[in-house]
Design a protein around this ligand. Structure first.
Ligand code: ADP
Ligand code: MG
Length: 905
C-alpha cells in the first residue's frame, strides 16, 4: 500500500517540487476531496502528522533579518567614522604608524560595542514578533480543534469566520455571507465576494476564483469552511515569494535625533574651526592641530546616541512584554509616553467578557431572576425569591430553544469543567441559560438543522438562524433589544422596551429573543436577507451581567492622575454603558454619554462632532466604522490617541490612531495586523502599564543625551579656556579619542537600562511637540559642562603653573576627565531625583561600565606600547587622593542644583 502511494506522483502541491497543481477552483467538491484523500470529517490525526513530515510546516520564509555583517557595516556609515578613517589614512601617509594603529583600534572597539548592542536589540525585537501566532480551527478525525496555523497540511478541513486570516490556500466547501480582502495578493483593496460553488471555468483568473480562499488574505465578513489545497511556499502568496511582514519605519524620535545630531555637527565644525584658527595664529604645529580638530569634533558629536536610543527602545519593548504589551511597531514605544487619551472598548477590556444571564423578562408575565454564575449550570429561576411557577416554564423553554438554535457557541454541560466551552461569550451565556431551563441543546441542533443564517455583526446588532422544524422552517432571532423588539408584531413591544430600558440602567446587557414560522419548500436553497426579519413573535428579554475587571477601576484612576483621558466605546446600550462607566469612574452623568446616532446626525459638521467627542466620556451604540470619526475628532483637537479594537471593522480606526491597540486573546488577526501594540491579556490596565514604560523609555533617552552632550561640552570648554589663555593644548588628539570612544563608550548605553523612576504616572503627558533640548536640558548641560570644563582647566593651569611638564600635566588631566565622566554619569541617572536616592543595584550595567572604564584606563597606563601612544603613566596614591574629591565635586554641584529646582517647583 505504502509502495503504491510512493510510486504514484503526488497531486498535492509541495514546496520543494512545485508540480502542476490541479485547477482546484474548477473541480467539483467531491473530486477535490478525493484528490486530496480527505473527507468532510477532516484528516485522521495520524495522517495529518504524516503529511506534516512530508510537506513541512505551513510557513512562509521569514523576512531576512539583518546579518551581523550588515549591522557592523551599518556602524561604519556615520560621517564621524569617515572622518576618523580619513585621519587614520593621513597618519599612515605621514608615517605615524602608532597613531594610525590607535585610531583603527579605537574604531574597532567602538564599532564592536555599537554592533553588539544593536544586534541584541534586534534579536529581542525579532523574538517578540515571532511570539504572535495565527491559530486556526481545523476539523481532524471528526472533532474541531484549534491549532497553530504552521501545523496545517493539504487535506485539512479548516473553519473560518470574520476577522480571521486565511492560513493556507483553501477550496471552499461551505460559505455564508462570505467576503474576503485580498489586498495582500492582488493589491485590490475592495472586499471580494466568495461562495462555495460547485465548479468554475478552469481558465478563471486568480482574482475571480470565488471558490478559493488564499493564504494571507483575511475574512472580512461571514463564515467559511474549506479544505487546504496548498501550504507554505505551495500557496499563491508563497509562490510570489512575498513576505507578509511590512518593514517597520524608523521611530520619529530617531529621525528627530538624527537631525539634531546634524545640527550639532555643524555647530561643532564652526567651533573647531575657531579653535584651530587660534592655535594656528599661535604658530602651533599644523599636523597636531589637524588631529586636535578631528578629536574635538568627535567630542562634540554624540555618536553613541543612535545606538543608545535603539537600546533604550528595545529595553522598553522587553519591559512592556513583561507587562503584557507586545510592541509591533517601535515608534509606538515613544508614542505611548506621549499619549493623552485612551479610547477603549468596554466589553472584554474593561470587563472580563464573561456574561451571565441574571434576569429574564417574559411578555405578559414580567421579570424572572436567574440564579448561578458563569459557566456553572447550577441555579434556577425565581420570582421574588420563590421558585418560578410551572405555568411559565413553556415560555422560558421557547426562549431557550430559539436562543440555542440561533447560536454558534459550543458547550456541553454534561462534560464537566468548562464543558469544552468555545465561541462568542453572548452565545455561551445563552447556552448556559438553556441548560438551566433543562434543554438538551445537542439534540435540538440535531433535530433542527440550520438551513440559512445571518451571522452576528456589530453593525446589525443581531443574529438570525433559519432552522428546519417538523413541516416548516422557523426563523430564530436574537439581538439588541431596541433592534429586535421593533421587528416584532404584538402589543408587548412598548412594555418590552420599557423593561429593557430599566434593565440596562442597572448595568445589564439586554438582548431580545424572537421567532417566526416561515412557510416554503424545504428542499430549496435558502438565502436570508435583512428584509426577511419582520413580523417576529417576541419570546422575551434576557439581561446579562459582565463583571468589571478587578484592576480596571484603579487603572482608570491612574490614567486620571497621569493626565490621560479615558473614553469608553461600546456597541452596548447607553444606559448599560453609563451604569458601567459610573462604576469605573469614567463618567457620572448622562450628559457625558454620546451615541452612534448622535454622531451620525452631526455628519458633515466637523466642529460640532469635535465638540461632542471632547465632551463625551462614553460612546454607546457605536458602530465600528464610527471609531474612525472619533479618532479623527480627537486628533483634530490635538490629542495623541490610543484606540483599542478587536474586530475586522476596527482595523481602519486602529490604523488611523496614533497608537492602535489590538487584543491578543479575543481579537481578530485583521485587527492585530492593523495595530501598533497587542495586549496579551486584553486588559485595560496593561495599556496603562505600557504608558508608564513608554514614559520611562523617553526619560532614559533624555538621560543618555544629557550625558553625551554635557561631557562633550566639558571638553570643549577646557580647550577654549586653554587656548584663549595661551596654555599648551590640554589633551592630545589621541587622548581625546580615547576619552570619548573608549572610557565613555559604554556609559551612555548603560543609562538606557536605567529602571523606571517612581511617579512617572503622576504628571501630565509631555506635549508631542516638546523639544528634547528644553530649558531643563540646557540648564543641566550648561551647568555641568561649564563647571567640569572650568575645574579641569584650573587644574591643568595650576599644574603647568607649578612648572610641571606638559606630558605629566596631560596625564593627570586625562585621569581627572575619566573620573569626572564616571562621577557625572550618576548625575544623569535622574533629572530630578537625588543620585543618592537611586539604588545602585537598579542598574548593574552602569556599575560594570564605570568599573570597566576605570579598569581599562588604569590598565592602559601599565601596558607597554599602548601607554606610549596614549602618553599616560600610572599615578601616585597622593594624586588619587587629590583627583577623587575634585571629580566628586561635580556630583555635589548638580545635587545642589536639583535641590534648588525641587524647592522652587
Ligand atoms: P461591544 O462593543 O460592547 O462589544 P458589540 O458591538 O459586540 O458590543 O455588540 C453590540 C450589541 O449587539 C450588544 O449590545 C448586543 O445587544 C448585540 N449582540 C452582541 N453579541 C451578540 C450575538 N452573539 N448575537 C446577537 N446579538 C449580539
Ligand atoms: Mg463585542
Amino acid at each position: 500500500m505504502d509502495r503504491f502511494r510512493a510510486a504514484r506522483p503526488s497531486p498535492l502541491r509541495d514546496g520543494r517540487e512545485p508540480a502542476k497543481a490541479p485547477p482546484w477552483h474548477a473541480l467539483p467538491v467531491a473530486k477535490v476531496l478525493e484528490t486530496l484523500g480527505t473527507s468532510e470529517d477532516g484528516l485522521p490525526p495520524e495522517e495529518a502528522a504524516e503529511r506534516l513530515r512530508r510537506f513541512g510546516p505551513n510557513v512562509l520564509p521569514a523576512p531576512p533579518g539583518r546579518s551581523i555583517l550588515a549591522i557592523v557595516l551599518g556602524q561604519l556609515r556615520s560621517p564621524l567614522i569617515h572622518l576618523l578613517l580619513a585621519a587614520a589614512l593621513i597618519s599612515l601617509w605621514l608615517r605615524q604608524f602608532d597613531d594610525a594603529g590607535f585610531i583603527v583600534l579605537v574604531l574597532a572597539i567602538n564599532t564592536a560595542i555599537g554592533a553588539i548592542q544593536e544586534w541584541r536589540a534586534e534579536a529581542n525585537t525579532a523574538a517578540l514578533r515571532s511570539a504572535i501566532h495565527t491559530a486556526s480551527r481545523v476539523m481532524r478525525g471528526g472533532t474541531v480543534e484549534r491549532i497553530d496555523a504552521a501545523g496545517l497540511v493539504p487535506g485539512d478541513f479548516v473553519l473560518l469566520e470574520a476577522g480571521e486570516r486565511v492560513p493556507a490556500d483553501l477550496r471552499l466547501l461551505k460559505s455564508a455571507d462570505l467576503q474576503t480582502n485580498e489586498t495582500t495578493l492582488t493589491g485590490e483593496s475592495l472586499p471580494v465576494d466568495k461562495a462555495a460553488l460547485e465548479t468554475l471555468a478552469p481558465e478563471t483568473p486568480l482574482a475571480d476564483r470565488l471558490t478559493m480562499l488564499f493564504a494571507g488574505t483575511t475574512v472580512q465578513r461571514g463564515r467559511a469552511e474549506g479544505v487546504v489545497v496548498g501550504t507554505g511556499r505551495g500557496t499563491e502568496i508563497g509562490r510570489i515569494a512575498q513576505t507578509l511582514e511590512e518593514p517597520s519605519s524608523a521611530p520619529p524620535l530617531t529621525r528627530r535625533l538624527e537631525r539634531f545630531t546634524r545640527i550639532l555637527g555643524t555647530v561643532s565644525l564652526l567651533l573647531v574651526a575657531g579653535i584651530v584658527m587660534l592655535e594656528l595664529l599661535r604658530g602651533d604645529d599644523l599636523q597636531e592641530t589637524f588631529f586636535v580638530a578631528v578629536a574635538l569634533a568627535v567630542s562634540i558629536i554624540p555618536e553613541g546616541l543612535p545606538v543608545a536610543v535603539t537600546v533604550a527602545l528595545s529595553v522598553a519593548t522587553r519591559n512592556m512584554a513583561r507587562r503584557n504589551v507586545i510592541v509591533r511597531h517601535l515608534p509606538a514605544v515613544e508614542g505611548l509616553g506621549a499619549c493623552t487619551v485612551i479610547a477603549t472598548d468596554k466589553t472584554g477590556t474593561l470587563t472580563v467578557n464573561q456574561l451571565t444571564a441574571k434576569c429574564v423578562w417574559l411578555p405578559g408575565s414580567g421579570a424572572v431572576e436567574v440564579g448561578g454564575e458563569g459557566l456553572s449550570v447550577e441555579g434556577g429561576f425565581t420570582r421574588g425569591g420563590l421558585p418560578l411557577h410551572e405555568e411559565h416554564h413553556p415560555s422560558l423553554r421557547s426562549l431557550g430553544i430559539s436562543s440555542a438554535l440561533c447560536n454558534d457557541a459550543n458547550f456541553d454541560p454534561a462534560a464537566g469543567g468548562d464543558g469544552g466551552a468555545s465561541g462568542d461569550t453572548v452565545d455561551l451565556a445563552f447556552l448556559v441559560l438553556a441548560a438551566k431551563a433543562a434543554l438538551d441543546v445537542a439534540r435540538l441542533r440535531r433535530d433542527h438543522p440550520r438551513v440559512a443564517e445571518i451571522p452576528f455583526a456589530a453593525e446589525r446588532k443581531l443574529a438570525a438562524s433559519l432552522n428546519r422544524h417538523e413541516r416548516a422552517h422557523h426563523l430564530h432571532v436574537k439581538g439588541a433589544a431596541e433592534v429586535v423588539v421593533p421587528l416584532c408584531h404584538g402589543q408587548d413591544n412598548a412594555a418590552a422596551l420599557t423593561a429593557a430600558e430599566s434593565m440596562a440602567a442597572r448595568g445589564y446587557r439586554v438582548l431580545a429573543v424572537a421567532t417566526k414560522r416561515v412557510e416554503g419548500d424545504a428542499s430549496g436553497e435558502w438565502l436570508l436577507r435583512d428584509e426577511d426579519l419582520g413580523g417576529l413573535t417576541l419570546l422575551g428579554l434576557v439581561g446579562f451581567i459582565d463583571p468589571l475587571r478587578p484592576e480596571a477601576k484603579e487603572a482608570v484612576a491612574r490614567c486620571r492622575g497621569a493626565g490621560i483621558a479615558v473614553k469608553m466605546i461600546t456597541g452596548d446600550h447607553p444606559a448599560t454603558a453609563l451604569a458601567i462607566a459610573r462604576e469605573l469612574g469614567i463618567a457620572e452623568s448622562p450628559r457625558e454619554v454620546a451615541t452612534g446616532r448622535g454622531l451620525a446626525d452631526l455628519s458633515g459638521e466637523p466642529e460640532r462632532i469635535a465638540a461632542l467627542v471632547s465632551a463625551a466620556a462614553v460612546f454607546a451604540r457605536v458602530e465600528p466604522a464610527q471609531k474612525m470619526q472619533i479618532v479623527d475628532a480627537l486628533q483634530a483637537s490635538g490629542h495623541v490617541v490610543a484606540m483599542t479594537g478587536d474586530g475586522v471593522n476596527d482595523a481602519p480606526a486602529l490604523h488611523r490612531a496614533d497608537l492602535g491597540v489590538a487584543m491578543g486573546l479575543g481579537g481578530t488577526d485583521v485587527a492585530r495586523d492593523a495595530s501598533d501594540l497587542v495586549l496579551a491579556d486584553d486588559n485595560f490596565a496593561s495599556i496603562v502599564a505600557g504608558v508608564e514604560e513608554g514614559r520611562a523609555a523617553y526619560a532614559n533617552i533624555r538621560k543618555v543625551i544629557y550625558l553625551l552632550i554635557s561631557t562633550g561640552a566639558a571638553e570643549v570648554v577646557v580647550f577654549l579656556l586653554a587656548v584663549a589663555t595661551g596654555l599648551p593644548v590640554p589633551l592630545t588628539a589621541i587622548q581625546l579619542l580615547w576619552l570619548n570612544l573608549v572610557t565613555n563608550g559604554g556609559q551612555d548605553v548603560a543609562l538606557a537600562f536605567e529602571r523606571r523612576e517612581p511617579g512617572l504616572l503622576d504628571r501630565p503627558p509631555r506635549s508631542p511637540a516638546e523639544a528634547i533640548f528644553d530649558r531643563l536640558m540646557i540648564r543641566q548641560v550648561a551647568l555641568s559642562g561649564i563647571y567640569t570644563g572650568a575645574v579641569a582647566y584650573l587644574f591643568f593651569a595650576w599644574l603647568i603653573g607649578r612648572g610641571m611638564g606638559e606630558f605629566e600635566a596631560r596625564n593627570l588631566l586625562l585621569f581627572l576627565m575619566v573620573a569626572f565622566e564616571n562621577v557625572h554619569v550618576f548625575n544623569c541617572r535622574s533629572e530630578h531625583r537625588s543620585a543618592f536616592r537611586i539604588p545602585l543595584r537598579d542598574n548593574w550595567p552602569l556599575l560594570v561600565a564605570v568599573a570597566g572604564a576605570q579598569a581599562v584606563h588604569i590598565g592602559a597606563a601599565f601596558l607597554p606600547g599602548l601607554r606610549d601612544v596614549l602618553a599616560i603613566r600610572p599615578i601616585s596614591v597622593e594624586m588619587w587622593l587629590l583627583l577623587v574629591p575634585i571629580a566628586g565635586s561635580v556630583l555635589l554641584v548638580m545635587e545642589a542644583d536639583k535641590r534648588l529646582r525641587g524647592r522652587r517647583a
